[in-house]
Write a protein that binds this ligand. Structure first.
Ligand code: GDP
Ligand code: MN
Length: 377
């Protein structure tokens, strides 16, 4: 789950990370009021779930409340990379001498968290990583030992952070790492960490991604979930407790078990089709779950055909068959459906399906070929 900069800053602040004074506004008048309260030069920042807002014109300085109101009215409602700006963060502008990058993320290949530090902050770290990777100091964190202070210093020194700023930056890294672990982040980033003309350090930007699978441990963070910015069908799937990923093609795919569904996606591709989605209804799925899944997949207007691939284990074939029939009754099915049922009670399931216009298939390959033929006809 992505959260906004102002939310990430609120979290970092709880860990003792210095952030500029400010508040979030949904209207130009609110932005003015915040600027009045701050009483200094402010920066007005669009709150959308993408980086590169500065370049896109979504970050502007304002030297007084009048200007803050004016730039807020320009930024609110703006489209940034397909997202509409609904909120702006108005905060005290900082006097930038240097911009650094601090980040912690999970390196899956190394099975460790990775600390990254760079003196080339302010711009997208992906860009730095691509063109000048030597400018990023990287240190893997042993999960059993944690992030040690000498490692932080090593990273800061080898990244070329000003010597006078190193002690201060260590405090930021400690807080960043603690926050990263406490709230189960997949990414925690401060870019830029600003070294001001006065020689102090402050987090001018903040980014946190939280591992969705750990959200149940953080009910206080659920308030940050903004489904409006996600895919609407994925958001609905989430509400229904279904494991669904939109893929953009025309063949809807439903199966039980993630591996089976991924295999089915490959078969659909091999047969010349483009999968519309991934949907794993899991083991032991009952009629109601299947009906729910069917309804969800068909809510994607691109879907021209649907393939059920069910390997009956705990999920019994007759249950699935009843679910498909029930679901098909609930939604107005206008597309062909191919059903491949095998395993426990598959024969009973196929028997139940005989009375319908669902197309049976014995193997995955046959099922994929049939649905591609029917859908793109
Ligand atoms: P991002 O582009 O979406 O990552 O947004 P950032 O918050 O990182 O801002 C991008 C750039 O805007 C920064 O690297 C700074 O150069 C500039 N910026 C942000 N806040 C301030 C500020 O308070 N004062 C000044 N002068 N520039 C700022
Ligand atoms: Mn940034």
């Amino acid at each position: 789950m992505k959260i906004h900069e102002y939310q990430a800053k609120q979290i970092f602040a709880r860990y003792g990370v210095p952030i500029p004074a400010g508040d979030v506004a949904s209207t130009p008048a609110e932005a003015r009021a915040i600027a009045e309260k701050i009483g200094k030069r402010v920066v007005v920042k669009s709150q959308v779930h993408v980086g590169g807002r500065g370049k896109a014109g979504g970050i502007k300085l304002a030297s007084n409340p009048d200007e803050a109101e004016q730039v807020a009215s320009q930024i609110l409602g703006m489209d940034i990379k397909g997202l509409t700006v609904e909120k702006v963060l108005v905060e005290e502008a900082c006097n930038i001498a240097q911009e650094y990058y601090l980040g912690i993320t999970l390196d899956r290949a190394a099975q460790k968290n990775l600390l990254m530090v760079s003196a080339a902050g302010g711009i997208d770290i992906e860009e730095v990583a691509e063109s000048t990777p030597e400018k990023i100091a990287r240190i893997h964190i042993d999960p059993a030992v944690g992030l040690r202070e000498y490692q932080m210093r090593q990273a800061l020194f080898s990244a070329g952070i000003e010597r006078t700023a190193v002690n201060g930056a260590v405090k930021f890294l400690k807080a960043l790492y603690k926050a990263y672990l406490d709230i189960d982040c997949s990414l925690a980033e401060i870019n830029p960490l600003v070294l001001t003309g006065e020689g102090t350090l402050i987090a001018a930007d903040a980014k946190i991604n939280i591992d969705d699978n750990a959200l149940y441990r953080h009910p206080d963070l659920a308030q940050f979930a903004e489904e409006g910015e996600d895919d609407p069908i994925e958001a609905e799937a989430h509400r229904r407790g279904l494991q669904y990923v939109r893929l953009g093609g025309e063949i809807g795919v439903i199966g039980n078990g993630a591996g089976l569904v991924m295999g089915t996606l490959d078969e659909v591709k091999d047969a010349g089709g483009a999968p519309a989605n991934f949907l794993d209804i899991g083991g032991g799925a009952k009629a109601e779950v299947v009906a729910n899944a069917l309804d969800l997949v068909l809510s994607d207007p691109n879907v021209k055909g649907l393939l059920f691939n069910i390997f009956g284990g705990i999920t019994r074939g007759d249950e699935v068959a009843r679910g498909i029939i029930e679901g098909a009754k609930r939604v107005d099915v206008k597309v062909p459906i191919v059903v491949r049922l095998t395993g426990t009670n598959a024969e009973e399931g196929r028997e139940i399906l005989k009375s319908t216009d669902l197309v049976p298939a014995e193997t995955m390959q046959e099922a994929a070929a049939k649905i591609v033929e029917l859908a793109y006809r």
